[in-house]
Design a protein around this ligand. Sequence first.
Ligand code: BG6
Length: 520
Amino acid sequence: MATIQMKVNPEDLSHIQSGGERVPDPGIMVIFGASGDLTKRKLLPALFHLEQANLLPKNFAIVGVARRPLGDEFAADMRAGIIEFGGVEENDPGLEEFVSKIGYYALSFNDASHYAGLKAELDRISAEKNIGPDRLFYLATAPEYFAPIIDNLGAQGMAQPEHGRVGVVIEKPFGHELDSAKELNRNVNSIFHESQVFRIDHYLGKETVQNILVFRFANGIFEPIWNRNYIDHVQITAAETLGVEGRGPFYEKAGALRDVIQNHVMELLSFVAMEPPSSFDAEAVRREKVKAWRAIPQIPITNAVRGQYGPGVVAGEKVIGYRDEERVNPESVTETFAALKLEIENWRWAGVPFYLRAGKRLKKRATEISIQFKQPPLLIFNRMQSSGGCGEIQPNLLTIRIQPDEGIALRFGAKVPNTPNMAVCPVNMDFDYAGAFGTSSSNGYERLLLDAMLGDQTLFAHRDGVEVTWGLYTPILQSWANKQPEVFPNYFAGTWGPDCSDRLLEHDGRKWRNDLGGNK
Ligand code: BG6
């Protein structure tokens, strides 16, 4: 398909001033569950990059907290993580200074008697490094420890100090279904005020996700057609080629619906579907998102399908099936793929189906939103182009590529030159981030960590939103738990998922768009 590349004028970029961001006040970030993968793969590399961009205060410390007695080993391990996962050179001049800010405290999360020691340690670091009382507690532990950690912080008076800003960042999952999400919210809010709570969904930190709002609300031409009069349907795909990567025990309890659809995919949906907020502040943005989710009627169970991968070939490599993965039940009924159709009953979207799917070990890694527009009311050119054309005339398609190959493409029909019969072929106008701005976007954590330190909740989940989305998915999860899948595994690794997923759209005379990864 022919493609026209969109480029940014370098003169426009030259006006962007670096250093326009606010820098948080001096403080300590305390990471619970710091010996897990997330800390060294994502959090520490993100903090290092923030420091390099002069976005961390000079007086700043990071304290990892976990059960094992790690001591100095922890800082060394984090250093290795920053190099390996942060794309940083071994001899980077900023590395030693940054690593000197990393400390470690061994503690048993459930043991209330250990927290006085932690408080004393933080006070000691504060005094030694002249840091002040600001604290950000990051809960990167298994979810069963969220409540005890929060209670113990509260009991020690660490959640509501007399001075300074204190926040708590909670990694997903926020609950396992509606009841446990409500209970977690009650527990968190009994100790921390909602304005102190940062429920992190790393998708909201992705540039391309934030760009959905810019695309819709900083441009005048898309909003007038962004509705049921012009849009036929919307597809959102979060496809991964990876399997469960050693996270078997976690994934066994999660599955694709809980792990990715209830949170990441629903965040994408809210940005596509929400009404324009009155401003870009936390309250206004989150209110519109929740309104969009609340307009979704209960999803009929027949509109949701699930799958589990068997062995197959991904990117030319043979891979094992889910049931053979490490620490996975050989008879597991956990879904590694889920797809569903939902509707949004409001004036903008009534009658426009949204099809969502997410899965592991699929054919290609691609997270994309495609918005298919309606055909013109009358096709004056031959619908089927037999000579020189490209088959049936295709409707306009707007594709938002969240990752990889981040960008946006608009497909439209163009006349094929030098053909006698007005032959039409689809072509693309394509904007790609890397080509236009000469930079690839970050993993999302930099933006979110900085915002949490600054106390800006715009890009974090609110308790109401979490409960509304769980409310939508809990009946499906319950129904799936009560009824065993008929045939699992039901798709080969390296394909686009089970047949029932295709049938979901075929039933409506539609198809999944599987040429993901750029319309080039
Ligand atoms: C996480 C899920 O939240 O998101 C993982 O727990 C999933 O299972 C990951 O792989 C996907 O994130 P990304 O940024 O790679 O799309």
